[in-house]
Every structure is written in structure tokens, then in C-alpha cells.
Design a protein around this ligand. Structure first.
Ligand SMILES: Nc1nc2c(ncn2[C@@H]2O[C@H](COP(=O)(O)OP(=O)(O)OP(=O)(O)O)[C@@H](O)[C@H]2O)c(=O)[nH]1
Ligand SMILES: [Mg+2]
Length: 259
């Protein structure tokens, strides 16, 4: 017998969903940024796991855009993407920073009809007393969630505990993906996310939110992959050569980018 299921990572922008996805996978496929609303579409990571009864599991995690209130079309589309992931999943993980209030969780409860786990992230930045206090805040909802797991996605703390709590919630099923596959993302999408991550890191103002990346071609070789990409911006003024030269003159990673 095997088990397999889809697990949606849901939470406010900046909770650490993409960091958790990469940490579980032990490799970077998803864009991470200290700026909110970095993730735009649901990326999947396929994690193999053997549970305590020696049953082989395939956990398919979906990284989703952060849930937030906004009237902007792009944000509304991103929220739709998260809600789609939530309705289609077997189990949800509500991820919140250990420093966040419970407002986001109360909103999540209205939307989630699946079994779910609450994961309190960024415990590396909190004292044991702060962590305990936050866990106590969640106790009135203990009948709603299956488990409450404090963890640190970036410091890789307690990730095993999260997987152990998720395993019993997965349905018996054959695997959806080949055992050696780590993501359903196309290599092109991963390159696209890597370049978007640099845009989030090095450019401020509205550009990260008003741009997208088009991969025109890529050529893989043993030591060096050559990627030709175009950065698409919303306004003519964001396209000026001067803007990019000024902002990127000392970032050699940017060589070759056009806007
Ligand atoms: N200290 C600490 N920082 C973390 C941890 N996990 C994530 N972060 C940081 O939190 C910020 C947001 O992380 P992301 O993974 O991009 O958050 P996200 O939930 O995917 O955000 P959106 O895609 O905008 O919804 C980044 O600066 C991460 O480095 C953690 O366990 N500890
Ligand atoms: Mg993200």
C-alpha cells in the first residue's frame, strides 16, 4: 500500500511558504523575498516520505501566493490561485509567522473545509516564552486543526515533525508522479522564478510587482546554462535603458538582461 496527496501551503504574504517549500525539497525552485506578494502561481514540490508504519508516501506540496486583501487585478488573480489550490487539496498547512496575530487564521478557517495543520514559522526569531504564548493563542481552535507545529523553514527546524503529522492525513493512493521527480515545474518556470527573485532583491518601488519575465530560449550544457530572457514592464518609463543601467551597473548577475 502507498499513500499520496496534495498539500496546499496557505498563509499571508511573507509567512515563509516558498522558503518552506524549498527547504522540504532541499533545493531552490520557488522565489523567496522579504517583500510581500512575491509568489504569483502555485508551484508544486514532490516529497517522498516513509511513515512510522513503513508506508511509502508521496507528499505533493503546493506553494501558493499569499492571501491578502487587494483590489488590484493581479492580486485578485493570485488569491484565486491560492483558493483553487486550497479547494483541490487533500490537506492544508496554514503557515503563519510566530509573530503574527490570529486574524489571518480566522479568515483561513472560513475558506478551508479540508483537514489542516497550523505551522508557526520563524521560531528561530522568537524566545521559548513567545512561542509558547502563541501556541496558547491557538488552543481555542484545537478542535479545528489536526496539529500545531512550531518550526523554522529557513533554519530547517522541526520540518520532520511537520511531515510526520501530515502522513496520517494522506489518503491511500498510488503515486501521482514518478518517484525521482521533484517538481512539476518546467525548467523554464524555475529560470523565470530565479530571475524574478533577483528583480525582487535588487529593484524597489513598483517594478517587482509591475514586471514579468519571459524566457526566450535556454541552452543547457555541462558547466553553464545559457538563458535568454526578456523582462516585461508595465510602463514606458520603467523601460528606459538608463533606469536599468543605473540600478544594475554593479550587479554583474544582470548581464544580458533586457527590458
Ligand atoms: N528568520 C526567518 N526568516 C524566514 C523563515 N522563513 C522565511 N523567512 C523569511 O521570510 C521572508 C518571506 O519568505 P517567503 O518564503 O518569500 O514568504 P512567502 O510566504 O512565500 O511570501 P509570498 O510569496 O509573498 O506570499 C524571506 O525574507 C525569508 O527569508 C524562518 O524560518 N526564519
Ligand atoms: Mg512565496
Amino acid at each position: 500500500m502507498t499513500k499520496a496527496g496534495f498539500i496546499a501551503l496557505i498563509g499571508r504574504p511573507n509567512a515563509g511558504k516558498s522558503t518552506l517549500l524549498n527547504a522540504l525539497l532541499n533545493t531552490q525552485i520557488a522565489l523567496i523575498s522579504h517583500k510581500a506578494n512575491a509568489t504569483r502561481k502555485a508551484l508544486k514540490a514532490i516529497i517522498p516520505y516513509t511513515d512510522q508504519d513503513n508506508i511509502e508516501c508521496q507528499m505533493i506540496f503546493l506553494d501558493t501566493p499569499g492571501l491578502c486583501h487587494s483590489n488590484k487585478l493581479l492580486n485578485r488573480v493570485m488569491v484565486q490561485e491560492s483558493l483553487r489550490a486550497l479547494t483541490g487539496c487533500d490537506v492544508a498547512v496554514f503557515l503563519a509567522s510566530v509573530h503574527d496575530g490570529l486574524q489571518g487564521y480566522l479568515e483561513f478557517l472560513k475558506l478551508c473545509h479540508q483537514p489542516h495543520i497550523v505551522a508557526l514559522n520563524k521560531i528561530d526569531t522568537a524566545t521559548p516564552a513567545q512561542i509558547l504564548a502563541k501556541m496558547r493563542d491557538y488552543q481555542p481552535f484545537a478542535t479545528k486543526f489536526q496539529a500545531l507545529v512550531p518550526l523554522s523553514a529557513s533554519k530547517l527546524q522541526n520540518l520532520e515533525v511537520l511531515l510526520a503529522q501530515l502522513a496520517p492525513l494522506l489518503p491511500s493512493s498510488s503515486f501521482y508522479y514518478d518517484s525521482d521527480q521533484i517538481s512539476d515545474a518546467q525548467i523554464k518556470e524555475i529560470y523565470q522564478e530565479m530571475i524574478r527573485e533577483q528583480i525582487f532583491q535588487f529593484l524597489s518601488d513598483e517594478i517587482p510587482y509591475e514586471s514579468d519575465v519571459l524566457i526566450l530560449s535556454f541552452q543547457e550544457s555541462k558547466y553553464l546554462d545559457k538563458i535568454k530572457a526578456q523582462i516585461i514592464v508595465a510602463k514606458e518609463s520603467q523601460k528606459k535603458d538608463g533606469y536599468w543601467q543605473k540600478r544594475t551597473s554593479d550587479q554583474k548577475d544582470w548581464t544580458g538582461c533586457t527590458a
